[in-house]
Design a protein. Sequence first.
Length: 157
Amino acid sequence: MNSNPNVTGIKHMAFAVRSAEDALRTYQQFLGVPEDTPIEAYVKSRNRVALFRLGGTEYQLCESMDPDGRFASWIKTRGEGLHHICYEAADIEAALRHAQANGATLRECKACGVTGSHPHPEGFVAFLDNDAGGVEIEFMQVYTPDELSEYEKVKGI
């Protein structure tokens, strides 16, 4: 099996946490994450997320707003910790074809109800139904400035 030539790096790592606030405080205390790091509520996906960069990598501390939400359910069965790694792809469709040719299957995006590549706020995303050692795999093709402008126009942002 060869590596996926369309994967260019890690876009972000997402951690399932019971409390984004508590987890963020730990990162601030021990790793110097800025005190003014916001925690954003995402109503559509029903999550609260602290988002910051450390050592060039984007971290997302994800807390479900509902007891049966995506991250809360994960914590019930696996505990707090790394939930998924989002790999940036130069061409998401080619990355998905490569993964599927090597045995991957796609799963539905829980926030959008779509299986396969589809638009999200930062780019086109897709999720594999296969995990790697208990960690979910996401692909993202980050928008070009023109694609971002079109997404924002369509969404009325």
